[in-house]
Ligand binder design. Structure first.
Ligand code: AGP
Length: 614
């Protein structure tokens, strides 16, 4: 969703830090951009609909100067993208400026009250109301901070907020509830930001804020409080210093490094990220702890959203096939469907690259409230999921900036494969030598992926899916699960309707749509040779069929005019290895289709990298 940055510095101009931060945060929202700088006795505010680069050059932002300022990239929730709805927003006096990520649920009530009290609301956003609320509380407060706290107490919903006011030009006030916010600690400056990449160029020392926390930063200090039902409780400086984390991600990892898009760079990074996931987890006691928790559980529930949900489907299949444990997959936003039957003794595997996805966190909270324990699988150290889980398995994939998940999908599968093996060992389903044998195979997954990327670049046409409005992406067994992810990639960045369902279902309805030339992709995995029959039924109806399979097994289908077979090298017959050769083909397919159609795969319309709203 939206990206926030705020910087307070002692003796350096903050606009270059904010400008670079906006570029780094653009993946969180890209419909409008804005900046507010404290200057002299006023605020300089520039904001507009559009992308960060056009904004920065249009307003010559880097020529602005000041020691305190805010920046914001927007993903519209309240009010469509427009110049007036872009953040920062101000109060009636124009002396308070605010940026916000989240959704204020009691928007209508607050708006009515503020209007009755004479406030002039300029935009359609919920954010602007917060600036007026602070202004409204000023006459009843002994300080700006008190007015800020009183205003925050009136909010319902989710928010990460940063506020400046001209009366205190060297401070940024902040508050967090259910939307991510971190503080970066520098020498002579401090940064408030939605995410790590925005501050990596300047510092690696961060404090991750928790729900209900608020306070302020200056260039040299951080003051933190927790808003509780009993009132405001100060977080002592000593406690705060124990919360400082060192971020190991590098600036290079979070930049394009010569690639035209982050997505392509991240596709190419997979051999490294997969290796890092394997090596970082194979000896990690947390993984063993998670495996033992899993094995001794009553029920196993696997949840997540989008790509993370898809990785969870692969996990459940491996759990059943390799560890002989049944699990239940539930899309995070639908947790209500099963939560009444979840309770003590159950274990939830919550998968989230960002660790900040609202739906996944809500599912975790609902299951925990009923007594379940949680294993979080995430890429982001200090994320909300990592803090709310009983045990955390870190993916260690490095930062993923492209909105379309690529390397985190393969790293999720790797970490969940390791979890499967250790759970099987824990339960005595596999013995140590069988597990070690499979680990040796998994340790080669990065080489298989490197080869698969090379092959996919050869096989996927430069301009794929020309003229296609709708396609099917099918599979059976493991292939049906990978096909789900392949279809999501094509939909989200190439804007082509790509439907995925288990191939055996064709005859129960969907084949009615198939006519001559209709594109059908099959993800063919060695566990389901019977897919040959599904290929034949599509061929018989004139579909244009592309089969992507690994070379370790024989499919009983002959290629022909309308049937192409792409074979990606894989010598081993280990089912744990099959996602790695297959998924790169579809990542490259979606990427090339997006670029060929003139879209930017890093910024798909209507989407944001981390979905922190309901
Ligand atoms: C996939 O390409 C998307 N970025 C999206 O489906 C994503 O996987 C989903 O929003 C979940 O995100 P998370 O892993 O950060 O929780």
């Amino acid at each position: 969703m939206c990206g926030i940055i705020g910087v307070c510095a002692l003796n350096r101009n903050v606009t270059p830090i904010i400008s670079l931060g906006l570029r780094r945060l653009e993946y969180r929202g890209y419909d409008s951009v804005g900046i507010a700088i404290v200057s002299g006795d006023g605020l300089i505010i520039r904001k507009a609909k559009g992308d960060v680069d056009s904004f920065l050059s249009k307003f010559k932002v880097e020529e602005l100067s000041g020691l305190t300022g805010l920046g914001h990239t927007r993903w519209a929730t309240h009010g469509p993208p427009s110049d007036v709805n872009a953040h920062p927003h101000t109060d009636c006096s124009g002396r308070i400026a605010i940026v916000h990520n989240g959704v204020i649920r009691n928007y209508n009530t607050i708006k009515r009250v503020l209007e009755l009290r004479g406030h002039r609301i300029a935009s359609e956003t919920d954010t602007e109301l917060i600036a007026h609320l602070i202004e409204d509380e000023m006459p009843f407060s002994s300080s700006f901070f008190e007015a800020f706290v009183r205003a925050i107490s009136r909010l319902e919903g989710s928010y990460a907020i940063a506020v400046i006011n001209v009366e205190e030009p060297n401070r940024i006030y902040f508050a967090r509830m259910k939307s991510p916010l971190i503080i970066g600690l520098g020498e002579g400056f401090n940064i408030v930001s939605s995410d790590i990449p925005a501050l990596l160029d300047y510092t690696r020392r961060v404090i991750v804020l928790e729900d209900g926390e608020l306070g302020w930063v200056t260039a040299t200090e951080v003051k933190l409080f927790k808003l509780t039902e009993l009132g405001l409780i100060r977080v002592e400086d000593d406690d705060l210093s124990t919360r400082v984390r060192f971020i190991e991600w590098s600036v290079e990892e979070a930049s394009k490094q010569g690639f035209p898009h982050f997505m392509l760079k991240e596709i190419f990074e997979q051999p490294y990220s997969i290796k890092s996931t394997y090596e970082g987890n194979v000896e990690d006691p947390a993984l063993r702890m998670a495996a033992s928790m899993l094995w001794s559980s009553r029920n196993i529930i696997v949840t997540g959203a989008g790509t993370s949900y898809h990785a969870g489907l692969v996990f459940s299949y491996y759990l059943s096939r390799i560890a002989r444990r049944l699990s239940y997959n539930i899309i995070a936003s639908e947790h209500k469907l099963i939560e009444d039957s979840v309770g003590k003794g159950d274990v939830v595997i919550a998968i989230s690259q960002s660790g900040e996805t609202f739906d996944t966190l809500e599912a975790v909270r609902a299951f925990k409230a009923r007594g379940a324990r949680v294993i979080g699988v995430t890429n982001v150290v200090g994320s909300a999921l990592s803090r709310e889980s009983d045990v955390v398995v870190y993916m260690r994939a490095g930062p993923e900036i492209g909105v379309a998940a690529t390397k985190t999908y393969t790293s999720q599968i790797m970490s969940l494969s390791l979890l499967t093996l250790f759970a099987a060992l824990e339960g005595g389903v596999l013995d140590r030598s069988e597990v070690e044998d499979k680990l040796v195979k998994l340790s080669r997954a990065h080489e298989i992926t490197a080869k698969a990327i090379e092959e996919s670049l050869k096989h996927v046409p430069e301009n794929p899916l020309v003229g296609s409005k709708s396609i099917y992406m099918l599979g059976r067994g493991l292939g049906s699960l990978i096909a789900r992810e392949a279809a999501l990639k094509v939909k989200e960045i190439a804007y082509i309707h790509a439907e995925s369902y288990p191939a055996g279902e064709s005859k129960h309805g969907p084949i009615a749509l198939v006519e001559k030339g209709f594109p059908v992709y099959f993800v063919a995995t060695s566990d389901s040779p019977e897919i040959a029959g599904n290929v034949m039924e599509m061929r018989a109806r004139g579909a244009h069929v592309t089969i992507v399979k690994t070379s370790n097994w024989r499919l009983d289908v002959e290629p022909g005019d309308s049937v192409e077979i792409v074979e990606i090298p894989l010598e081993d017959s280990e089912i744990l290895l099959e996602p790695y050769p297959l998924i790169p083909y579809f990542q490259v397919l979606a990427y090339r289709a997006s670029v060929a159609r003139g879209y930017n795969p890093d910024k798909p319309r209507n989407l944001a990298k981390t979905v922190t709203v309901e």
